[in-house]
Design a protein. Structure first.
Length: 239
């Protein structure tokens, strides 16, 4: 696990955009395509906007070989203000000629949407999915993607995508499962804001129960990188 700390959100976003570009070029060079699962949230949004603005030479990236997927989605239509797809489309996807964009069908009944997305992943990857890069964030409660504390999805080991009832939100989310995320070649957490400091300390520095802090379950077969703004990292030196 690598931990990298940045002075502010802008510096973090630029570093994350640079990492995205590096991983994309590497994957395209090695396999002819780059597969990435996007995260929702304000910090990833800044990264997408930075990419869309052409930071770090994105104009030289062969976007036609970049295939976009999603780590999770709310049970809403794609034009809803709460849709992760809508956010990513407005911040990045509408600006780049992507090879393909694979969105989760949040407008469908959640179990149907999860099953369809799982099928789509298996068809695209020719079996179990293995993303080149998965971007994630964490919530103040330690959740990541839509893997919330003490929810059924945390126990799933035989699916790649699942509908996950989240009682405290009175909603059902669609999410990649822990096995799907952990199969990735690289997972990058983007964390900003003082409000995330407590959860970050529990996840990285303490022997916290994964059912309480699901981000602890993310231990990929490939590389794991935490890119953290200084305000969120302040508590890491505390006992």
């Amino acid at each position: 696990m690598k931990l990298r700390i940045y002075e502010d959100v802008q510096q973090l976003s630029e570093a994350a955009a640079h990492a995205f570009i590096e991983e994309a070029r590497k994957a395209i060079r090695e396999s002819g395509r780059f597969t990435v699962a996007l995260a929702g949230g304000s910090t990833p949004k800044r990264t997408y906007e930075t990419l869309a603005a052409g930071y770090g030479g994105t104009e030289d990236l062969d976007w036609g070989r970049v295939h976009f997927f999603f780590g999770d989605e709310r049970n809403v239509p794609p034009d809803d203000d709460d849709s992760n797809y809508r956010m990513a489309h407005e911040a990045l996807l509408s600006y780049v000629p992507a090879g393909s964009v694979h969105r989760m069908r949040g407008e469908l009944e959640p179990s149907e949407a999860a099953a369809l997305y799982e099928q789509e992943l298996e068809e695209f990857f020719g079996g179990a999915p293995r993303f080149d890069l998965i971007l994630l964030g964490i919530g103040e409660d330690g959740h990541t993607a839509s893997l919330f504390p003490r929810t059924p999805a945390l126990e799933v080991s035989d699916r790649f995508v699942i509908e996950n009832p989240v009682e405290k939100l009175d909603s059902i989310r669609i999410t990649l499962t822990v096995p799907a995320i952990n199969a990735a070649r690289k997972v990058v957490f983007l964390v900003a804001g003082e409000s995330k400091a407590q959860a970050l300390r529990e996840i990285l520095k303490r022997d916290a129960e994964p059912q309480e802090y699901p981000a602890k379950l993310i231990q990929p077969a490939g590389e794991l990188v935490w890119m953290v703004e200084a305000a969120a990292a302040n508590s890491l030196n505390s006992p």
